[in-house]
Design a protein around this ligand. Sequence first.
Ligand code: OGA
Ligand code: MN
Length: 204
Amino acid sequence: MDSLSSRFDAAADALATAGWCVLPRTLPEEITTALARECAAMHAAHRMTPARVGAARTATALRGDHTRWFEMTALSEAQQPFVETLDALRQALNRSLMLGLVESEAHYAVYAAGARYGRHLDRLRHSDARAVSAVYYLNQAWDPDDGGALRLYLDDGRSHDVLPQAGTLVLFLSDRFEHEVLPATRERMSIACWMRRREANALP
Ligand code: OGA
Ligand code: MN
């Protein structure tokens, strides 16, 4: 059988060779459903913030999602099993990739119909700590005609589209692959995560 840990080992191999991979049906459906319900409820209660990119850009030009960070020291019941799994994955990656991933950060994101996130690299201006990007999708019965794919720009000039179907987890090296979120015809929910190494400028 395909245990989660053997799938994580396979994911680590794929990250080491190709630098990215997609894992369908990652978590049990009831966990994904609880996360989707919580994300939708937070959005409905206006507890999410329009995402921004840098100080100079407006919230909508490059990026139209609303986000809310997980509080890692005060996780909700829905978030707990998700973060435990993310942590198990981080440890599996540490066993086979010499990345020294020390922690993860995660936020819910809601893209209204028509919202996009233009082509970008997941690197912050003042930090190189983000090493692995992980995006988990919460949308039941996503149809290719709904749009909203994550488009990954690969090394060789090709690209690969990942549909934001509930249960799908996509992993890629943060400093290597530009990517974008294409607009969808329906609301699109995800959890964007980054596994971080210690920042170089924080070393003695
Ligand atoms: C991001 C991002 C992708 C997605 O938040 O940086 O690229 O598919 N998200 O939600
Ligand atoms: Mn990104």
